[in-house]
Design a protein around this ligand. Sequence first.
Ligand code: G3H
Length: 314
Amino acid sequence: MERKNPGTDFRLDWFENIAINTPAAERRAASLSARRSLKKEWQAAWLLNAVRCIDLTTLSGDDTADRVARLCAKARQPVDAGQLAALGGEGLTTGAVCVYPTMVAAAKRALQGTVIPVASVATGFPAGLMPLDLRLAEIRYALDQGADEIDIVISRALVLRAEWAALYDEICEMREACGAARMKAILATGELKTLTNVAKASHVAMQAGADFIKTSTGKEPVNATLPVSLVMLRAIRDYRDRTGFAVGFKPAGGLRTAKDALNWQVLMAEELGRDWLRPDLFRIGASSLLADIERQLSHHVTGRYAAVHRLAAG
Ligand SMILES: O=C[C@H](O)COP(=O)(O)O
């Protein structure tokens, strides 16, 4: 996957005066479903779109090559073929799979013959508490194994100490190590304390050349939330207005229900427009979301068959 965001010089003036009004962001996020209800007949299409944007993930201490192979089989055919045909979604795959660096080779083998990218976490995921040279070496290792995309973690301490230039320099080095591979910067928002920090870290990551900004590792006590996502999406919009570059967004961690998949897509559409709802600009990082989407899709298929039978019966 080719990267798109060349980054910029460090521009503190683009974000130093940002101050996010947390209650206002929370109110806006909380009123999402009241403002936008998706028509039932369109829900299956939105759910299928969510599937093609999923980074199907396994990041467990007991991962094995066999588990990764099963995950990849699911990525190739995420929804029952009969259901997909009934809904007009033939050929659908997930957006990518996401694994630890030592599982990349197994994932590449299992995905041979497809164009499904393999994303690898790196840089000492999830905490990132390793010397920088080791974190950079891990990126190079994952690429050597065949990773197409790299999900880096940022140093939370640099955010908490407001060392923005140091954060920028570190992410630039990671960006360079990633070469042509798409780089997603995990902000670990649940550990950044304030929404203002989330906004500022988003700007720094984009200026340093992140192709995506991602909310969470899935390992923090609080993972993806709608208020955090709202703030990140507005930072993406601001960066696009200043530079012309569209940076992608990846909510991740704790997204488990079809309703989550719909809510996050509606938020994206509201803040950035429907054009952003495609795998090169939107991914959902999730290990267990697909099961609920499948369940909900099967209701849509059943509903459609019931309607056809009613019509046939006359
Ligand atoms: O990047 C993806 C996350 O680690 C997935 O988190 P999850 O297991 O809560 O879905």
